[in-house]
Design a protein around this ligand. Structure first.
Ligand SMILES: [Zn+2]
Length: 404
């Protein structure tokens, strides 16, 4: 379909719009937005955007008509946290972890070794395979981090590849200290804040740091974020994944868009997340795949924090690209309602990326949407692990699935 044509999707059993999102250019301020849905609805796509929504009985004419036949339409998922630039896989490490066996050869550094050895073509093919996998599962926007190269040329080429497939590119040179800097971690931070940043900033929108015991401490993390911001990047932080720590505070002090993981939070951390614009991005695929306690979403929501859900898709701790799976986990294991989980996987992800054009289906939004093979959003958690994405539109174009 060309951009000049309009498409009416009618007969929508449940249109999840999340309409009423603040669209004042300050998406990160204020409280958790609200899930909003309408029964018996229709939606018009024109020029790649949502042009009209309302009761099907009052829908205007359009060039093409799609009958949703009572099924649900949702905003495309926004996966605000993924590590897709890598080579190799770590299934043996996962199997050993599940069996309770020690496994010596695993970890991030094994992926670093494989990634450094891979050709550009191999990295690009893996990245595109994962991006296509995401799209088929309804993810219309995803963030993509570097962090398995950890040399100037390897980080720079990874980010250049990521920029081919998404605008949400994140420089994560500060993922872990590579072996060649084991005796000089301060020297590695200097590299990350200096020549590596210079090579990477042109391809990136975001700077991220793994602020955790065994990775980067509060001062190092703050230095990495400040250097990135001086180069024009916006901050986000891996925070409080493995234990309590300074990550959330560092994120707030840097004005970061999001603190990701938030698995181990003190009351002070929760206060920070409710009193600043930092989004708490929860990544339940990690706790599932590492058999760890899930983050306390209910505690955050009840306190008034803004919560997003993302996959953290990576070959070690969470090798899923499925937002529906994360929604199911959030509902079953984290005390989120189905409405809260779907909001967090769509509008919440948009907040975490400071985007106002996605994550909702208000008039003027980018026409990124999913036709679900089910009558309501609840089915995403009610029928876990069942493929239910019938069709996906991205900026108004049908990019996956089929329509009648
Ligand atoms: Zn991550």
């Amino acid at each position: 379909m060309s951009d000049a044509e309009s498409t009416l999707i009618t007969g929508i059993g449940e249109l999840v719009s999340n309409d009423g999102e603040p669209n004042d250019g300050k998406p990160n301020h204020g409280q958790q937005g609200s899930f909003a849905a309408m029964a018996g609805a229709a939606l018009v796509i024109a020029g790649g955007k949502v042009a009209w929504t309302g009761p099907a009985s009052r829908a205007p004419a359009a060039d093409a008509v799609v009958d949703a036949a009572g099924r649900a339409v949702l905003p495309g998922f926004v996966d605000s946290h993924a590590h897709l630039i890598f080579a190799g896989e770590r299934s043996a490490e996962f199997a050993a972890r599940m069996a309770g066996r020690p496994y010596r050869a695993g970890g991030i550094l094994s992926t670093v070794e494989a990634t450094r050895a891979a050709s550009d073509a191999a990295l690009r093919a893996n990245l595109r395979r994962l991006a296509a996998e995401m799209l088929r599962q309804g993810t219309t926007t995803f963030e993509c981090k570097s962090g398995y190269g950890l040399t100037v040329p390897d980080e720079a080429r990874g980010l250049a590849l990521a920029a081919e497939v998404t605008p949400e590119v994140t420089y994560l040179g500060a993922h872990v200290v590579p072996p060649e800097f084991a005796a000089d971690p301060a020297g590695y931070v200097d590299l990350v804040c200096g020549p590596m940043l210079d090579a990477c900033a042109p391809s990136a929108r975001w700077v991220d740091v793994f602020c955790e015991d065994g990775a980067f401490g509060a001062d190092e993390a703050a230095a990495v974020l400040a250097a990135g911001q001086a180069a024009g990047l916006h901050a986000r932080v891996h925070a409080n994944q493995l234990g309590p720590g300074p990550g959330v505070r560092v994120a707030a002090e840097a004005g970061a868009a999001s603190a990701d993981h938030c698995t181990f939070l003190t009351d002070d951390d929760v206060d920070v997340l409710t009193s600043t614009p930092v989004v708490a991005t929860l990544l339940p695929g990690v706790e599932f795949s590492c058999r760890q306690p899930f983050p306390q979403a209910r505690r955050l929501l009840d306190a008034g924090a803004v919560v997003a859900l993302a996959t953290d898709c990576n070959p070690g701790s969470s090798f899923t690209s499925s937002m529906p799976f994360c929604i199911a986990l959030a509902v079953r294991e984290m005390g989120m309602t189905t409405e809260e989980a779907v909001w967090a996987a769509t509008a919440g992800g948009a907040r975490a990326l400071r985007r106002t054009d996605i994550g909702h289906l208000g008039v003027g939004a980018r026409a990124d949407l999913i036709l679900l093979d089910a009558p309501s959003h609840t089915y995403l958690a009610y029928r876990p692990a069942v493929p239910q994405i019938a069709a996906v539109w991205q900026a108004g174009s049908l990019v996956a699935g089929d329509v009648p």
